[in-house]
Write a protein that binds this ligand. Structure first.
Ligand SMILES: [Zn+2]
Ligand SMILES: [Zn+2]
Length: 87
């Protein structure tokens, strides 16, 4: 499964391996939207641990833990719905 980095300045393609997918599903986090390079850069930018928010999945309404606050109005999906939509 090929993803395009969500960083408009980057736009690099990256793969999410099955092992990673399983991990994200297990910890109930959405799949990363940035390529590994941008993820590393972003991690360095945020010295404090990223704040996690509880919000309902935009599709099935299941409660998920996400880095996007409710004010972030774009849809955020649980790992199951994400798979369905983007696979
Ligand atoms: Zn990137
Ligand atoms: Zn869902």
């Amino acid at each position: 499964m090929i993803h395009i980095c969500a960083n408009a300045d980057c736009g690099k393609e990256f793969k999410i391996i099955n092992q990673e997918k399983t991990f994200y599903a297990k910890v109930n986090l959405p799949l990363p939207i940035y390529c590994p390079d941008c993820r590393r850069t972003r991690r360095l930018q945020f010295k404090n641990p990223r704040k996690l928010y509880k919000r309902p999945c935009s599709s099935c309404q299941k409660e998920i833990i996400t880095t996007y606050p409710l004010e972030f109005t774009s849809p955020v999906y649980c790992s199951v719905c994400f798979e369905e939509k983007f696979n």
